[in-house]
Design a protein around this ligand. Structure first.
Ligand SMILES: Cc1cc2nc3c(=O)[nH]c(=O)nc-3n(C[C@H](O)[C@H](O)[C@H](O)COP(=O)(O)OP(=O)(O)OC[C@H]3O[C@@H](n4cnc5c(N)ncnc54)[C@H](O)[C@@H]3O)c2cc1C
Length: 342
């Protein structure tokens, strides 16, 4: 069995790894020159947070996310399982209670327990929610690890493949009976008409004097923001959610809000060096749920929205099953020529 995977974002790489591990001869075609900023995946926070996401999403996201959490450590040794925290300042305590009411799998922490987990937050918050099962990873290192895994499985990633070339390669593969798995992110709007873009702005700062070891969300009625440790004194601060498919530069307002929230988490952020300002566009369907679907001979994996790293392994498993045994896949929905499996 042979398969072509279009796109080397987290969805494409996870699909290629899953298929190759099942013995399929895979080839990945990528438009960009390397793993990098042509993908939304490059700008992700890398939180693997099914229960924090459950606060504002359908139960499907937590179920797929828990499945994926088991997949990552075996493929990327840098996967961190130290849980994550949600905090709010006194005036926003109601936000924290509301967050807790909408999700599960957390513990309430008082000041001392929070200080035991994150000594640099000692005395800063009177309460926190701790989600011990959650994890995080550095998305760029994780993408590189998946590419290494593919190399070890003799799967080539061909870079700088033009749009026409990948279309022709997909048509040729379909014609010869090979599988095509389309993971082009937002670029797949030519086939998935209801796909839209949700712009996300992020910062990476260098602050070696602060030591935080797990992702921390700071609740605020207007701008909920999170900080993810990247190691080596670096932190990712994210992220805005703007209905736009344009990866335009960060606005002054977003910059103020992201930095203001980080400063509210810890005033040491005032002294941080800005190492990077980035913008990615998340591919999302109208219901913000992911979709694995077949149109003709191509299986599409898309709509990973703000959960790409959290969901890609579980979706890759469903895509691989559909590639290998189409008639046995469980169809969840069927409309306008699409058969859906997730
Ligand atoms: C600021 C920000 C923070 C985020 N934080 C998190 C987080 O903490 N946790 C989490 O799980 N998710 C997070 N996300 C969401 C996550 O980044 C996305 O869900 C995910 O990257 C989508 O992956 P994808 O592979 O579907 O698309 P992409 O990463 O966009 O990959 C698509 C790839 O297809 C390629 N391509 C396009 N056209 C072609 C073509 N014709 N031929 C070949 N290749 C082509 C592109 O170059 C690209 O490399 C965040 C997103 C943003 C923007």
């Amino acid at each position: 069995m042979r398969a072509i995977v279009l796109g080397a974002g987290v969805a494409g790489l996870a699909c290629a790894v899953d298929l190759a591990e099942r013995g399929v001869a895979v080839e990945v075609l990528e438009r960009g020159e390397r793993l990098g900023n042509t993908s939304c995946s490059w700008y992700a926070g890398g939180m693997l947070a099914p229960w924090c996401e459950h606060e504002s999403t359908e139960p499907l996201i937590a179920a797929l996310g828990m499945e994926s959490l088991e997949w990552w450590p075996a493929r990327f040794a840098g996967t961190v399982r130290r849980g994550s925290l949600v905090v709010a300042h006194g005036r926003d305590a109601g936000e924290l209670r509301q967050f807790a009411r909408r999700t599960e799998h957390y513990q309430w922490l008082e000041t001392d327990a929070l200080a035991a987990l994150e000594p640099d937050l000692a005395g800063r918050f009177s309460q926190a929610l701790y989600f011990p099962e959650e994890g995080h990873l550095d998305p760029r290192a994780a993408l590189a690890a998946l590419a290494d895994r593919l190399a070890a499985l003799s799967v080539p990633i061909r870079f700088r493949v033009g749009v026409e070339t990948s279309r022709e390669a997909a048509l040729a593969a379909e014609a010869e009976g090979s599988a095509v798995v389309d993971c082009r992110g937002l670029a797949a709007r030519d086939a998935l008409k209801d796909l839209r873009g949700v712009k996300g702005e992020m910062l990476v700062v260098r602050l070696p004097d602060l030591n935080l070891s797990r992702p921390i969300r700071v609740l605020h009625p207007r701008v909920p923001v999170y900080v993810v440790p990247r190691g080596d004194g670096h932190y990712m601060i994210g992220a805005t959610m703007i209905e736009s498919d344009q990866p335009t530069r960060i606005t002054a307002r977003s910059m103020l809000e992201l930095l203001g929230a980080a400063y509210a988490l810890h005033p040491a952020f005032a002294e941080a060096e800005i190492a990077e300002i980035g913008t990615g566009v998340r591919p999302a369907f109208p219901n913000n749920l992911p979709r694995v679907c077949r149109i003709g001979g191509t299986v599409y994996v898309n709509g990973l929205y703000r959960h790409g790293f959290l969901l890609a392994p579980a979706l890759a498993r469903r895509a691989a099953k559909e590639v290998l045994a189409p008639s046995h896949s469980e169809v969840t929905h069927e409309d306008s020529g699409q058969r859906r499996f997730a």
